[in-house]
Ligand binder design. Structure first.
Ligand SMILES: Nc1ncnc2c1ncn2[C@@H]1O[C@H](COP(=O)(O)OP(=O)(O)OP(=O)(O)O)[C@@H](O)[C@H]1O
Ligand SMILES: [Mg+2]
Length: 168
C-alpha cells in the first residue's frame, strides 16, 4: 500500500471506521496483520478480541513483521510473561510495539505490576489479547480488532476504531 493511501486510511480509522477482512489461512491472517500495522498509529491501544485459537497471536506476527520489529516466527504468545515488547519503525519513526495477553490476570490491579501506565507512551502501539475483560482497558482502548471463526480455517477480522477521543 502506498504511504499516502495508508495515511488517508489511518485518518479514517480515527473517526470510528470499521474495516473487515476475511481470511482462509493463518498466512492470510498474517497478511492482514501487515495491513493493520500501516493503519494503526502510535500512541494507540487496541483490544484483540476473539476466542482461544481465533488467531490473535497469529495476527501479531504480521504486525511485528511489517514494522520491522520481528520475524513472524519470533512472535509467540506472551502467555506466561504477559507482555512482549518489540522495537520497530513506521515511516521513519521508532515504534514500540507491545503485545499483551492478560488472560491469566485475575484482577485489574495486577495491571500495575505489569507497568501498564508506562507502556502508554507517545511512540507505543499496544495490542492486548483478552483486554476486554478489564473495564479500565476497554474504556481506554482506541479501538478493537475482533477475530471470529468462519467455516474451516476461515476467519473474519474486524477493525473497529472508537469515534470519540477517549480519556486516558
Ligand atoms: N485463518 C486463520 N487465521 C489465523 N489462524 C488460523 C487460521 N486458520 C488456522 N489458524 C490456526 O489457528 C491457530 C491460531 O492460534 P493463535 O495462537 O493465533 O490464537 P489466539 O487467538 O492468540 O489464541 P489464545 O487466546 O489461546 O492466545 C494457529 O494454530 C493457526 O495456525
Ligand atoms: Mg494468543
Amino acid at each position: 500500500m502506498a504511504a499516502g493511501i495508508s495515511r488517508e486510511v489511518a485518518a479514517m480509522t480515527k473517526t470510528g471506521t470499521t474495516k473487515v477482512w476475511k481470511t482462509a489461512s493463518s498466512e492470510e491472517t498474517i497478511a492482514v496483520g501487515r495491513e493493520l500495522a500501516a493503519l494503526l498509529k502510535p500512541p494507540q491501544m487496541i483490544l484483540l478480541r476473539g476466542g482461544m485459537g481465533a488467531g490473535k497471536t497469529t495476527l501479531m506476527k504480521g504486525m511485528a513483521e511489517a514494522l520491522g520489529a520481528a520475524e513472524a516466527e519470533e512472535v509467540t504468545s506472551p502467555t506466561f510473561t504477559l507482555v512482549h515488547e518489540y522495537e520497530g519503525e513506521q515511516e521513519g519513526a521508532k515504534v514500540r510495539l507491545f503485545h499483551l495477553d492478560v488472560y491469566r490476570l485475575e484482577q485489574e490491579r495486577q495491571l500495575e505490576t505489569l507497568g501498564w501506565e508506562e507502556l502508554r507512551a507517545a511512540d507505543s502501539l499496544v495490542l492486548v489479547e483478552w483486554g476486554d475483560k478489564f473495564p479500565v482497558l476497554a474504556q481506554q482502548a482506541d479501538g478493537e480488532i475482533e477475530i471470529e471463526p468462519l467455516e474451516g480455517d476461515g476467519r473474519k477480522v474486524t477493525l473497529r476504531m472508537k469515534a470519540e477521543a477517549k480519556s486516558s
